[in-house]
Ligand binder design. Structure first.
Ligand SMILES: Cc1cc2nc3c(=O)[nH]c(=O)nc-3n(C[C@H](O)[C@H](O)[C@H](O)COP(=O)(O)OP(=O)(O)OC[C@H]3O[C@@H](n4cnc5c(N)ncnc54)[C@H](O)[C@@H]3O)c2cc1C
Length: 477
């Protein structure tokens, strides 16, 4: 997106923009501190003899006694059977919630990766659970195969993304755990289970989105597709136009999502359509996203106190209309990189509330003048996993972000209470405050999941503080 700091300066972010506005307001805003309390980057080393683990955004940390990196199912099973204490599986650490931290043992599936078997006729592949999505997508493409959809980044592992119900964008496209047709799991007792719908329908429905609370999954069998191409378009449009067309566009396009640029009245719309036309690549400058984000941040820093001037300045600098238009293999277009770190809350809300929810969230966002990170709005189809946030029907997913070293209290004070009123369900990997009581009310199979979890892991070895809050209350202990 070609909005740069330089362009903003040219459009008046400098001294010219503030003429005629009371200096006192400017000065008091200039004194605002957006820093997150306790933020320190880089984090200190772990005490001697221990290792330090941190998630991608830096808000989850722990100093486990060991990060165990198994090579085989048997090696992992033996390790679990012969040790005591907590065990938490980890993928690529891209969750914002405290799903992984433990002071005991983190199990990293990084060495259990790659395609192990495939059937080209049935389009079925068996893959190590530590495989990253990008690696899988690339390997599939060599076989003439592809994933139906992908999230907006592709560095996550299969184990990590399936276990939190990671999703892409598309009203007719389910979250990616729905491609699972079987998996292998090592349990707290050190058993190695092979699970399919036919062999164990309950564990199959629970284990697809299991938060790493049922056991360590070492291998997945997936239903994939023939490789296909997509036509991607990215346009900048006034938010009122986007709100008018969103629900229709979500139904018409293969994939559809949009971002609102806080305080601007403008949004960026992304659509994806399947095509057989030849590949037509457009060079995209990877530094542009950093430039744009820094431009939006600077506009916030300097003009956050004067919303109408901030809006005018950014609007002048923003390009309008279609700014990206290309055709490529699906996996090359569906995921990008996120070079700027952030923290995030995303709730999945029943689609019938979509219109009201989009307007209300934008209103709340613009009322918080310090927010400059774009929000992301997507649609996801229904599936049947017991803890899938999408098992009640099609959903709109709304994600609000905060710059990584800044406060994000507003996610909990200004947005989460509203989502709760709409029976929204949180993304398991993104910030939320819900515990067992609230989750039980949201998920019809919550008690069944918990009973299965207890039967597989009676001593709670796969629980940490975050998961205790999710699974344990007076009704479940
Ligand atoms: C920049 C960025 C972009 C993102 N984009 C999207 C997006 O587009 N859509 C979306 O839905 N989400 C998105 N997310 C969220 C992310 O996809 C999820 O949090 C996902 O779980 C991260 O995968 P991971 O491999 O890093 O797993 P981790 O965060 O390491 O682990 C996640 C959970 O899976 C469990 N787990 C990991 N491996 C296994 C295993 N082998 N067996 C059992 N349990 C296991 C862990 O114990 C933990 O509970 C994004 C996050 C970031 C930071």
């Amino acid at each position: 997106m070609a909005l740069s700091r330089r362009k903003l300066m040219l459009m008046g972010l400098g001294a010219g923009a503030v003429v005629g506005v009371p200096a006192v307001r400017h000065l008091s805003w200039g004194g605002q501190n957006f820093e997150r309390a306790g933020f320190s980057d880089p984090l200190p080393d772990a005490p001697s003899g221990e290792v330090r683990w941190t998630n991608w955004s830096g808000i989850q940390t722990s100093t486990p006694q060991q990060i165990f990196v198994p090579k085989t199912d048997e090696g992992l099973a033996e390790h679990i059977a012969n040790t005591t204490g907590q065990i938490r599986p980890v993928g690529s650490g891209h969750s914002f919630t405290g799903l992984v931290p433990t002071e005991d043992v983190i199990v990293d599936l990084g060495r259990m990766n790659g395609i192990r078997d495939y059937d080209l006729d049935k389009k079925i592949v068996t893959v190590g659970a530590g495989t990253r999505l990008r690696v899988l997508a690339k390997e599939l493409s060599k076989l003439g195969l592809g994933l139906k959809n992908m999230p907006d980044v592709d560095v996550q592992t299969l184990g990590g993304s399936f276990n939190t119900a990671t999703h892409g964008a598309g009203l007719t496209l389910t979250a990616i755990h729905d491609y699972v047709i079987g998996f292998k799991m090592v349990t707290a007792e050190g058993d190695i289970l092979t699970v399919t719908e036919e062999s164990n329908s309950d564990l199959f429905a629970a284990g697809k989105v299991g938060l790493g609370a049922l056991g360590v999954i070492t291998e997945y069998t997936l239903q994939v597709e023939s490789a296909f191409k997509l036509h991607k378009r990215l346009s900048i449009m006034p938010v009122e136009d986007i709100l008018d067309m969103t629900l229709d566009a979500a139904q018409t396009h293969y994939g559809f999502e949009w971002f609102y640029l806080p305080g601007t009245g403008q949004g960026a719309v992304l659509s994806y359509d399947r095509t057989d036309e030849p590949i037509r690549r457009q060079a995209v400058n990877k530094d542009e996203e950093i430039e744009m984000m820094m431009g939006l941040k600077e506009a916030r820093d300097k003009l956050g106190w004067a919303p109408s001037i901030r809006r005018r300045v950014i609007n002048k600098a923003l390009p309008k209309g279609v700014i990206e238009d290309q055709i490529d293999e699906s996996w090359r277009l569906l995921s990008t990189t996120r070079p700027i770190k952030f923290n995030e809350m995303e709730y999945h809300i029943p689609i019938e509330h979509a219109k009201d929810a989009m307007r209300e969230v934008i209103k709340r966002l613009d009322a918080r003048k310090e927010i400059f990170f774009p929000i992301e709005i997507r649609f996801v189809a229904q599936d049947t996993a017991w803890l899938s946030p999408f098992n009640h029907g099609p959903s709109i997913s709304i994600a609000v972000h905060a710059y990584h070293d800044e406060d994000y209290d507003y996610l909990f004070t200004d947005f989460e209470p509203y989502y709760k009123k709409l029976n929204g369900r949180p993304h398991w990997g993104k910030l939320h405050s819900l515990g067992a009581k609230e989750l039980r009310a949201l998920y019809p199979r919550f008690n069944d999941f918990n009973a299965l979890r207890r039967s597989l892991d009676p001593n709670g070895r796969f629980l940490n503080a975050h998961l205790e809050k999710i699974f344990l209350d007076e009704k479940s202990v």
